[in-house]
Design a protein around this ligand. Structure first.
Ligand code: BYC
Length: 304
């Protein structure tokens, strides 16, 4: 039996692949790319929300948002650590982010303009992330799948905090309701585009499916998210900004309108409203934290 046969047998029998196991080069590279993109998304995702910590409308809201943003930093930590088990250092992954070689989720290149956006991000963005990540818990690389378990638990708290904010506003004064609907209008389409291109345009999906790195397709996960979110919007009287959204009795799913793929690719490729701000801020914060890394390394060396 070749190494490849043994590897594929493990995948077919749902046995996790571990860091020291033999793996095809393409499998390793795919995971290095995806897991680092995921880690970068968690860390860059702290910016649009961190922006509102000092302006939260109450002490309670501030404490909850602060905890959420700290959780995202923790998710970044697990994911960078898990990605390092693939033989590439965190410093190199970060260099790839800052030089724009690596991507991060398109959603974080949109601005957060007001407090209702904190509701929309928690509800829709974390809601979409959970649907994807629940599926990732069952994928083939042990350190990644295991990191997802804790991350998913925290994401469900994040989704609830977002839904609480948006519900309060949607059921509040007419001005608050208008703000909630406006946030929904701006975040709906970017949120459903988080799942990536349609299956037939998803170049990476073939290998990912074969290797157990992806077990549900981009379109299937997007549909799952839409199906569960429509009822949540209806419950608080918000309208999903899609005139083609309609329950299909035959498929038992919602049909929905066409996404703007030109916008998606332009944001993914660096031309979204906040791409430059996000990377520049990351570079600045990373530079300002240099002394902390140096002190920690010096301490570790001294005590080795
Ligand atoms: N944004 O062949 P495809 C969070 C890229 S954050 C940017 O379908 P794949 C949170 C894709 O990388 C959640 N790029 O690729 C944090 C590929 O480009 P390259 C982050 C995207 O990998 C804070 C190309 O398009 N979650 O939870 O099979 C606060 C072709 O796509 C996007 C993850 O990262 C996008 N939306 O599927 C709140 C989950 N979509 O690399 C929340 C892990 C596609 O070939 N990642 N691209 O140049 C995945 O599950 C998969 O990588 C994707 C894409 C479903 C995203």
């Amino acid at each position: 039996m070749t190494d490849l046969d043994k590897f594929l047998e493990k995948i077919n029998n749902n046995i996790k692949i571990e860091p020291k196991d033999w793996m095809p080069d393409g499998y390793r590279k795919h995971l290095q790319r995806q897991m680092s993109q995921h880690a970068h998304s968690e860390v860059i995702g702290m910016q649009p929300e961190g922006n509102w910590i000092t302006r939260a409308p109450s002490l309670r809201a501030k404490v909850i948002l602060l905890a959420k943003v700290q959780d995202e930093a923790g998710h970044g930590q697990y994911l960078y650590s898990a990605a390092e088990t693939l033989g590439k250092s965190r410093a190199v992954y970060i260099e790839e982010l800052q030089s724009r070689k690596a991507k991060y989720s398109s959603i974080f290149n949109y601005p957060t303009l007001n407090w209702a956006d904190m509701g929309a991000v928690g509800w829709l963005v974390d809601g979409a992330a959970i649907v994807n990540q629940v599926s990732l818990q069952k994928t083939s690389y042990g350190p990644y799948a295991r990191a997802m378990v804790k991350i998913c638990k925290e994401e469900s708290f994040h989704q609830r905090q977002g839904y609480e904010i948006i519900s309060k506003m949607a059921l509040g004064s007419p001005e608050q309701k208008e703000m909630a609907q406006d946030a929904m209008n701006r975040f709906w389409w970017p949120s459903i585009m988080m799942f990536g291109p349609h299956d037939q345009d998803s170049a990476r999906s073939g290998d990912a499916m074969k290797w157990g790195i992806k077990i549900e397709s981009n379109d299937d996960l997007r549909q799952k998210f839409i199906d569960k979110t429509v009822a949540q919007a209806e419950l608080i009287g918000l309208t999903i900004p899609d005139k083609d959204l309609k329950w299909n009795e035959e498929t038992k799913h919602y049909d929905f309108g066409a996404m703007d793929w030109d916008e998606f690719w332009s944001v993914v490729n660096g031309d979204g409203p906040c791409n430059d701000d996000r990377i520049n801020h990351h570079i600045k914060a990373h530079e300002e934290g240099r002394w902390v890394r140096e002190a920690a390394n010096a301490y570790a060396e001294k005590n080795n």
